[in-house]
Every structure is written in structure tokens, then in C-alpha cells.
Ligand binder design. Structure first.
Ligand code: UT7
Length: 319
């Protein structure tokens, strides 16, 4: 029994905000700096009051429509997010309520930018075990809410958005291999070290990052975990039709492809027009490439994420 992707969907809120728009808003930066260092040209920022569940709901509805099934037929909903609507209930339960689904298992996964790879890995195990038949796996984020807009080293990098896939139990593949890892000793290089306590924010509620440390760690583990899932599935990285690394930075994406020996034209890049959307980045890129006809049935697709924790993971599937 395999978990097969039968639908994809995504959503970006509002109009693109260009690098020049950010500079015009008073951030001490330039289009040239951001494009050269990151490949990012624009990001989308949700209006005040627009939550991760609102973005995730639209992505989920689009994925269900492509799959040709109704929300009532879903028996598992997993949302990867680090910017949930509330402390509780989970964003998955909120989306479930908005979809009108009753009775499916619903919970969030907190693995930051590797969240979608984690959620896919967990959903795959539920389906392969036979306990669940149809899963909605969503990555949804409003990272703009946790950015320090006075920190030009981070605020220009991130954006808001959501992506989703519908998985169904099938005899033909399907997800071929998944791998999930973390190293909590690297907690300090990327975090939001704050909390709500007795009605007050304690600590620092903004995203903090040692960019160069993250860069080095990310390239190494993205190459390692991609090789791991290929080895499990018994193929070489060169046999992968499409590589979708976490969309954080074009230099990380290109370095990962190079280390794996995957041709540049087989690497899907969408970071240029939505920036780093954390757990939403992989399903956003996936949906774009499915809808524009690059990813076709039977293609082997390798998705992989890395981020705060440090946590990282990958999934290799036949579309
Ligand atoms: O999901 C994982 C998310 N994280 C990532 O993907 C981040 C990985 N890291 C990176 O992509 C890079 O480290 C960055 C793009 C974040 C930074 O690039 P860098 O080449 O490591 O630059 P840097 O931090 O060493 O800064 C170089 C210079 C500094 O100026 P000085 O000290 O040399 O005068 C910064 O103050 O660039 C300056 N700088 C900026 N200049 C214009 C930093 N941010 C900006 C900015 N605009 N937005």
C-alpha cells in the first residue's frame, strides 16, 4: 500500500511586494542586494487579520478540487505551521471546521521550514499502516507576523502563503521513501525565542537567525537527506525527474542541486516570487509545477525541507 498524491493546491495572499517596495517602506536595503544574495524578487504579505488557516483553507480547497473528492472523504488532516492562528486549537482543527469535515484526525506539525516534509512523512506512515485512506497535508504560514521589520538581515527573506496536497491509499506508488531528522543542539542558529506567559510576551517574539551558519548547515543536510531517500528507494539522484528543495534562497537551492548532480533544469524554483514561506514553500513550488505541466504522472519528485530546530526531512514520490 502506498500514499499517492491525487491533488495539489496553493495560495498566495494579495499583491506581490517587490524588493524596491520594501526599500520604499524605509528598510535599508536594495533590489540588487536581495536578488544577488537570495534570488528573491517579491513576496506576498497577508493583510492584518488574515491567518494561516485562511490561507491554508484556500490551498486545501484547490487541492481537493484537483483530486475530485469532497472534504467529507478526508480522514486525516495535518497542517505544518510555525505561525498557527492560536496557541490552541490546532490550525488543522480550524481548517477542518471551515471545510465542514467531521471526524477526521486533525493536528499540527511544528518543524518550521521542514514542516511540510515532516507532515508528508507522518501522513505517509498513517496511510501505509492502513489506518487512514485519504489525507490532506497542508503547509500554511504568515511569517510576516514574526518578523522584526527593523532587522534587514531577516525581514527581506520571508513571505506568507500556503500549499496543500491530497494523498490517497493506492496499490501503485506513491510515496517511495521518506526521511526525517533533527539536531536540537543547533537551536540557537534559527529561532523565535519568545513565549506568552501570564498574558505577557516573555523573551523575544521575533525571528532571529545566524544566516551564514544556517546556509552551511542547510546545504549539507539537504544533500545528505536527498541521497538517503534515493538510496532507500533504490535509485540515484540523477534519476529524479524533479528536485524541489525548500524555497529559502536560490544559492542554497543551486548548491544542493549541484552536490547531488541534478541538472539545473530539473530543479524547481519559485523562491523568486514568494520568498521563504517556511512550511508552505515546498507545496507552493510543487503545485506551481504540477499546474504548469512540468510535473507529469509517473515522474519521480524529490521534495526536501530544512529549518529551525534544526530539523530536516525529505520525501521521494512517483507523481
Ligand atoms: O529556512 C531557512 C532560512 N534561512 C536561510 O535560508 C538563510 C541562509 N542564509 C543566507 O541566505 C545568507 O546568509 C543571507 C542572505 C541571510 C545573508 O547573506 P550573507 O552573504 O551571509 O550576508 P551577511 O549576513 O554576512 O551580511 C553581509 C552584509 C552586511 O554588511 P557589512 O557588515 O558587510 O557592512 C550586512 O549588514 O550585508 C548587509 N546586509 C544587507 N544589506 C542590504 C544584511 N542584510 C541586508 C539587506 N540589504 N537586506
Amino acid at each position: 500500500m502506498y500514499a499517492r498524491v491525487i491533488g495539489t493546491g496553493s495560495y498566495l495572499p494579495g499583491n506581490p511586494v517587490s524588493n524596491n517596495d520594501l526599500a520604499a517602506r524605509g528598510i535599508d536595503t536594495s533590489d540588487e542586494w536581495i536578488v544577488t544574495r537570495t534570488g528573491i524578487r517579491a513576496r506576498h504579505l497577508a493583510e492584518p487579520g488574515t491567518t494561516s488557516s485562511a490561507l491554508g483553507l484556500i490551498a486545501a480547497e484547490r487541492a481537493l478540487e484537483m483530486a475530485g473528492i469532497s472534504a467529507a472523504e478526508i480522514d486525516l488532516i495535518i497542517v505544518a505551521t510555525s505561525t498557527p492562528d492560536f496557541i490552541f486549537p490546532s490550525t488543522a482543527c480550524i481548517i477542518q471546521g471551515k471545510l465542514g469535515n467531521k471526524g477526521a484526525a486533525a493536528f499540527d506539525v511544528q518543524a518550521v521550514c521542514s514542516g511540510f516534509a515532516y507532515a508528508l512523512g507522518v501522513a505517509d506512515k498513517f496511510i501505509r499502516s492502513g489506518s487512514h485512506r485519504r489525507a490532506l497535508v497542508i503547509g500554511a504560514e504568515v511569517f510576516s507576523r514574526i518578523l522584526d521589520w527593523d532587522d534587514r538581515g531577516t525581514c527581506v527573506l520571508f513571505g506568507d502563503g500556503a500549499g496543500a496536497v491530497v494523498l490517497e491509499a493506492a496499490e501503485q506508488p506513491g510515496i517511495l521513501a521518506t526521511a526525517l531528522h533533527a539536531d536540537g543542539s543547533q537551536f540557537g542558529i534559527l529561532n523565535v525565542p519568545g513565549q506568552i506567559c501570564n498574558g505577557q510576551v516573555t523573551g523575544d517574539p521575533f525571528l532571529r537567525m545566524d544566516g551564514q551558519a544556517v546556509f552551511k548547515f542547510a546545504v549539507r543536510v539537504l544533500a545528505d537527506v536527498a541521497e538517503e531517500v534515493c538510496a532507500t528507494a533504490g535509485i540515484s539522484a540523477a534519476e529524479v525527474d524533479w528536485l524541489i528543495p525548500h524555497q529559502a534562497n536560490i544559492r542554497i537551492i543551486e548548491a544542493t542541486g549541484k552536490r547531488l548532480g541534478v541538472d539545473r533544469d530539473k530543479v524547481i524554483v519559485s523562491v523568486d516570487h514568494h520568498g521563504n514561506t517556511s512550511a508552505a514553500s515546498i507545496p507552493l513550488a510543487l503545485d506551481e509545477a504540477v499546474r504548469d505541466g512540468r510535473i507529469l504522472r509517473g515522474h519521480k519528485v524529490l521534495v526536501e525541507g530544512v529549518g529551525g530546530g534544526f530539523a530536516w526531512g525529505a520525501a521521494l514520490f512517483e507523481f
